[in-house]
Design a protein. Structure first.
Lengths: 176, 378
């Protein structure tokens, strides 16, 4: 009888530890709402704005924030497009997100070489990387391994979705 | 008598400069050797001394105005008075009741030392910067216009990375604009008495030469813009108005005045400049009142309308503005005494600000009553 109770207590403790530890692993980093999507007239405007803002965010901290912001934006865009089965556009958005994410850390290193304290921004980057990885892991489970995109009157494109998402996660894990 | 009064004023200014150092912030490491903590440990005495200084500032001010009214104070005397005011107060501690000068320096440092965009990056991002020890708006991005930030590059560079030299370089910048404003007011008004009304007004002197607020810089460009318009240099007038707006945005309220001027110009009508300055002062008084919706009415906002006082012919409005300038300097008393921005402080601030205005209005009503009785008798 006592052994049975002990077993239940152990199970409860085990479940408590497992469940709570998985909750702690979640990043509290907040991603933005999806903005305008390809096809919208405002999307072209947002592309121009993106180019202009690159100069507004001058300085190494500025560039760090700019690239992280763009990476966040394109990740959310990719997620939304994948959910609507717009695989080619989603794939392209994810590649842009990766491109911007890769640029973040070098600016922090430059800032550090200028004597700036980068500890808080490094923590922010780690949080962002964790959040991105969470989103990408979720996506990985929902998407097909690959997809052949056949546009009208054009050559088909083979999109290796699984491989791209795995690479994207690896990029984020580098900055964890 | 006049010489004695000027000497008394000089001693008063020097004593005030010494008094200002009672307020040195405990975290201001650069002035650690002269830190006394007096203003924080003896709030009652400090508030009493401050009130006495404000009273004496206004007593001297009204005596000088009286002398000027009797033509006993000439242009040379005014130059002497302005000179002793700027020299004495240049050495005063600026963060007596407002820490804005530290914000100016921090924004300049973000822009010209760290080379980051001050509209995006807050000073708090530079974790080990010593400015964070004593500045009070480290968690805010730049609050002022781009032209102001550009102007601050001069005192910042002049400071050669030394905090105290930078601090006094910022004071020098404001002092220069205070003098330029006086020069411009005189050039437009050609009136020594009117100039005294502005130049020696305790609020203007305190907020520009002690508190080192950039409002005088913004208003210099606004007055310069009107001056240029008067001299038919329309393009430069527009540029100067824009520069003024890009210092602190408040002079955006002068755009209607410029539209009025343009309409007069297009219709080839004679411009009534007395009316223009009156409109400009009312317009700036409107934004002054509206500022209470944004945060609160800060005493140095009084410079926005006081700068037009030498051009105003209406005695009631002059008296109203002057009484308000007394009230604005009294706004510091509740915090100085209680040491908190909360509790009864906000309501006491309003009451103290309005007391001189009500007294002035009561005085005016009584005067009108007496005058109408005299007229009735005859």
């Amino acid at each position: 009888m006592f052994a049975k109770h002990k077993f239940i207590i152990v199970i409860i403790i085990f479940l408590f530890c497992v469940l709570t530890s998985s909750a702690f692993a979640k990043s509290e980093y907040v991603l933005p709402y999806p903005s305008t999507m390809p096809g919208s007239i405002f999307y072209k405007v947002s592309l121009v704005k993106e180019k202009v803002m690159q100069y507004w965010y001058f300085g190494n901290f500025g560039q760090f924030f700019y690239n992280l912001k763009q990476s966040d934006k394109y990740l959310v865009e990719a997620k939304t497009l994948f959910e609507y089965n717009q695989y080619l556009l989603g794939f392209q958005a994810l590649q842009k997100s990766n491109k911007y994410f890769l640029k973040t850390k070098p600016y922090l290193i430059k800032a550090q070489s200028e004597g700036k304290d980068i500890s808080e921004n490094s923590n922010m980057l780690s949080d962002a990387a964790l959040k991105h990885a969470e989103v990408l892991t979720d996506l990985e489970g929902q998407l097909p391994e690959s997809f052949v995109w056949t546009p009208e009157r054009d050559k088909p494109t083979n999109l290796n979705l699984k491989k791209t998402i795995e690479e994207s996660i690896k990029i984020r894990e580098r900055y964890l | 008598m006049k010489k004695l009064l000027i000497l008394g004023y000089l001693i008063h200014l020097l004593l005030f400069t010494i008094f200002s150092y009672f307020f040195v912030d405990p975290n201001l490491i650069y002035l650690r050797n002269i830190y006394t903590g007096f203003a924080f440990d003896y709030r009652g005495i400090t508030t009493f001394i401050y009130s006495l200084f404000i009273l004496s500032f206004f007593v001297f001010y009204f005596l000088f105005l009286k002398l000027a009214g009797k033509k006993l104070l000439n242009q040379k005397d005014l130059i002497i008075l302005v000179a002793i005011t700027i020299i004495s107060l240049f050495f005063s501690y600026p963060a007596l009741v407002s820490y804005d000068i530290f914000n100016y320096i921090a924004t300049a440092k973000v822009s010209f030392y760290y080379f980051e965009n001050p509209y995006l990056i807050m000073p708090i991002q530079f974790v080990n910067d010593p400015l964070l020890l004593f500045m009070q708006a480290a968690n805010k991005t730049a609050l002022y216009g781009p032209f102001w930030i550009l102007l601050t590059s001069f005192p910042f560079i002049l400071g050669v990375g030394q905090f105290l030299i930078t601090l006094f370089s910022f004071k020098l910048l404001i002092l220069a604009f205070y003098l330029l404003t006086l020069y411009l007011i005189y050039k437009v008004s050609k009136n020594t008495e009117g100039l005294i009304l502005f130049a020696l007004n305790p609020l203007v002197v305190f907020e520009s030469l002690v508190g080192t607020h950039n409002d005088i810089v913004m208003m210099f460009f606004a007055i310069a813009s009107l001056y240029l318009f008067k001299n038919k240099k329309m393009l430069f007038a527009a540029i100067f108005l824009l520069l003024s707006i890009f210092i602190k945005f408040a002079t955006i309220f002068l755009i209607p005045v410029f539209i009025y001027l343009l309409i007069q110009k297009i219709n080839k009508k004679e411009v009534n400049w007395d009316k223009v300055f009156l409109l400009a002062s009312i317009s700036m008084f409107t934004i002054f009142l509206l500022s209470s919706f944004r945060e609160e009415i800060y005493p140095w906002y009084g410079i926005w309308f006081l700068v037009f006082i030498p051009f105003i012919k209406n005695n009631f409005l002059k008296g109203f503005y002057l009484s308000l300038s007394i009230g604005l300097l009294l706004r510091y008393i509740p915090y100085m005494y209680l040491g908190t921005y909360f509790g009864p402080t906000p309501i006491f601030k309003i009451i103290l600000m309005l007391i001189p205005v009500f007294l002035f209005l009561i005085y005016k009503v009584i005067k009108i009553g007496i005058n109408s009785k005299i007229v009735g008798k005859f």
